[in-house]
Ligand binder design. Structure first.
Ligand code: FAD
Length: 679
């Protein structure tokens, strides 16, 4: 250990939120000595806002985290108290799991998972600064001061490597790589009516010194805002006034490794705001920090506060409210849909205006929080900062919102910090491979001007990026880097075999019209007359599944029997419900899938055209000053990435392509002329 450092790790993760937990677990599972530092160890994986995981597109992200060997899926499966598969009335591309969580159990389970990982140490401490390569531990100058001094003397910003972190208690910790996942804590400022105070989130201190360090280091820092609704006491609510929302009778787990959901399940309730609620808000809107000019940060457009909804949609007479339990052994109820930073007396009036909530007692008021984020165009697609080598950022600090978005970046940062510490090249996920790739590519190419959350509409190839095939898309990568354990990989390979055997059977076998299943199916399709098939020949499974009247469940008895001999297995173990649905989707949507594959090939070709690091956009005649500035700022790695930067036209991309060729040819000619021996 270098002198002055109190401890040494391969990877240090700062923050035990949803990004930090995944990052730390990934690095540790890869065999790296990892430490996770957080302000309050009792609040590991705290759900700052709603007590739920998943939802449309977010459920996809959890599946991808799980497929890569992450832990969010298994944790929510263990503590979920209401599971629903959303969007099932639409196509399988947009089906997405969601679960209410028991908040306290979620924290406890995540901590147990972290503590059971042999390579991981969890520690309570506030990190206040980074130690950079030329900054000796114990120096009076902080990391950022040293960089500033250095930058001034050199006249430019030098490239630096992170060497560790400095703690509030004076210790310094050495690290091969550092991952910062500090969520809303950097210079956090809470607003509740006219009151405002510094905090990381309700009840926790902000990270001011680390926030300042990022500014001093020259990172482009932005200011965003998010909000949360009040929590009510269940004992003071008349639930008979609401519509009950039950979970699915058969819960769909998030994790590919979960065998069954064992937690007792509960219900949620639905109600609506009314004219009285809207009046209370309208009459007090001048006291709303959002409208009084008190809040400067930009909030999520797609997830507005209730006061924002009333102002922006004045014609709407009601807004839906979900009452969601925060756990099985608590009276705390989350009022989903009523995110607000109105003064507390107005919040009470809003709540009490709703029938059933007239006597409701507020346990915690809603509030908004403004915080610093680092513009993600500061990052490479493997989440390492461009300014400081071996420094990774993940989660809300990168301008995203949501536990799932944070977790997904966390696992990718953990994997890449781990690879760096092992001296290996980083890995990325492409837009054709997963929502994780789409999110990171959007962040690093476009930056953010409002909190970024995932939507299925952000995906070009939705039908290909389904929840049921996330393992097929990403588990091999997890196995390659070491986040997927051998036994889980073996189970994945066996599952693939079951699916391919079923697909082969369906493709190669015609359903015998004389069989029991055959009689039933052909009759249902109107292809039987007097006990005889009217079609020219019996249909195979693939042809049958293309018929909209049929589902895989209708054919399962036949498929199981047929596969039994191929796999020598018990018919009940042949295909799980989800595996069967996966086979069905592949056949039913075969045409669309093949079409998407062709388009994906096109995208892959653009992605494979790399822009050399030495390429100087100022030398491309024909590019506008604005385009040169944008490309120089983002420094895209490929022509594909360049094309997705806002304001970069296809013409600009093709010009860059031409110039890369010209410069490469010239460089080649120079090299070859140099290699000609002089006579
Ligand atoms: P967090 O979960 O915030 O975790 C940050 C961690 O870093 C904490 O453990 C903290 O203790 C630690 N930390 C901070 N600074 C330091 C330091 N200097 N040293 C050591 N440890 C440190 N998301 C939605 O999707 N929808 C919403 O409606 C929504 N509303 C929200 C409302 C509020 C009030 C808040 C606070 C958040 C809301 N979110 C919402 C966002 C969601 O909570 C976050 O996106 C998610 O938790 C981010 O995960 P993270 O891991 O990046 O950070």
């Amino acid at each position: 250990m270098a002198m002055g450092f109190s401890e040494k790790y391969d990877v240090v993760v700062v923050g035990a939120g949803h990004a930090g937990c995944e990052a730390a677990m990934a690095a540790a599972r890869m065999g790296l000595k990892t430490a996770l530092y957080t302000i309050n160890l009792d609040l590991v994986a705290q759900m700052s806002c709603n007590p739920a995981v998943g939802g449309i597109a977010k459920g996809h992200l959890v599946r991808e985290i799980d497929a890569l060997g992450g832990v969010m899926g298994e944790v929510i499966d263990a503590v979920g108290i209401q599971f629903r598969l959303l969007n099932t009335s639409r196509g399988p591309a947009v089906w997405s799991p969601r679960a209410q969580a028991d908040k306290k159990l979620y924290r406890a389970k995540m901590r147990q998972v972290l503590e059971s990982e042999p390579n991981l140490r969890i520690k309570q401490a506030e990190v206040i600064d980074l130690v950079l390569e030329d900054c000796r531990p114990g120096d009076s100058a902080t990391g950022c001061e040293a960089v500033l001094a250095n930058r001034e003397s050199a006249g430019h910003q030098p490239s630096r490597r992170v060497r560790g972190v400095r703690l509030l208690d004076g210790r310094t910790v050495e690290a091969g790589a550092v991952i910062i996942t500090t969520g809303t804590f950097l210079n956090g400022l809470i607003h509740c009516g006219e009151n405002q105070y510094a905090a990381g989130r309700s009840g926790e201190p902000p990270s001011v010194l680390l926030g300042e360090a990022f500014r001093c280091l020259g990172f482009e820092v932005g200011r965003l805002k998010t909000g949360t609704p009040p929590r009510l006491d269940a004992r003071t609510i008349d639930f008979s006034q609401f519509q009950v929302q039950a979970g699915d009778p058969v819960p769909t787990p998030f994790s590919f490794r979960t065998k069954a959901i064992t937690q007792p399940q509960t219900v949620c309730w639905i109600t609506y705001t009314n004219a009285e609620t809207h009046r209370a808000i309208r009459e007090n809107v001048h006291r709303a920090p959002l409208y009084s000019g008190q809040i400067k940060g930009i909030g999520p457009r797609y997830c507005p506060s209730i006061e924002d909804k009333i102002v922006k949609f004045p014609d709407k007479t009601q807004h839906q409210i979900f009452l969601e339990p925060e756990g099985l052994d608590t009276n705390e109820i989350y009022v989903n849909g009523m995110s607000t930073s109105m003064p507390i007396d107005v919040q009470m009036a809003m709540v009490k205006s709703i029938p059933g909530l007239e006597n409701a007692d507020m346990i915690r008021p809603g509030y908004a929080i403004e915080y610093d984020m680092v513009q993600p165009t500061e990052l490479y697609p493997w989440l390492e900062t461009k300014k400081i080598q071996d420094l990774f950022l993940a989660g809300q600090i990168n301008g995203t919102t949501g536990y799932e978005e944070a977790g997904c970046q966390g696992i990718m940062a953990g994997i890449n910090a781990g690879l760096r510490a092992q001296g290996k090249a980083p890995v990325t996920i492409s837009r054709t491979q997963g929502y994780a790739g789409i999110m990171i590519d959007d962040l690093v190419s476009k930056g953010v001007d409002e909190p970024y959350r995932m939507f299925t509409s952000r995906a070009e190839f939705r039908l290909h990026l389904r929840i049921d095939n996330a393992d097929e898309r990403l588990t091999p990568l997890g196995y390659q880097v070491g986040t997927i354990k051998q036994k889980d990989y073996d189970a994945f390979v066996e599952k693939k075999l079951r699916i391919s055997t079923a697909a082969k059977f369906l493709l190669e076998t015609r359903l015998d019209p004389r069989s029991r299943v055959g009689q039933e199916i052909y009759t249902r399709l109107g292809l039987m007359e007097g006990g005889h098939l009217t079609a020219p020949s019996p249909l195979n499974g693939a042809q049958l599944l293309k018929r909209s009247e049929l589902r895989i469940d209708d054919l399962m008895a036949w498929v199981s029997e047929g596969m039994q001999s191929a796999l020598h297995a018990n018919p009940n173990e042949i295909l799980s419900h989800e595996e069967a649905r996966r086979v069905e989707t592949e056949f039913k949507y075969e045409g669309y899938l093949r079409q998407q594959e062709r388009q994906m090939e096109k995208m892959k070709r653009a992605e494979s055209r790399c822009i050399p690091e030495w390429f100087d956009y100022r030398n491309v005649s024909g590019l506008s000053h604005e385009v040169v500035e944008k490309l120089t700022k983002v420094r895209p790695l490929t022509l594909g990435q360049a094309s997705r930067i806002p304001g970069i036209t296809p013409a600009a991309v093709s010009l860059v392509n031409c110039f890369i060729e010209i410069f490469q040819r010239r460089a080649g000619e120079q090299n070859s002329s140099q290699s000609v021996p002089a006579f």
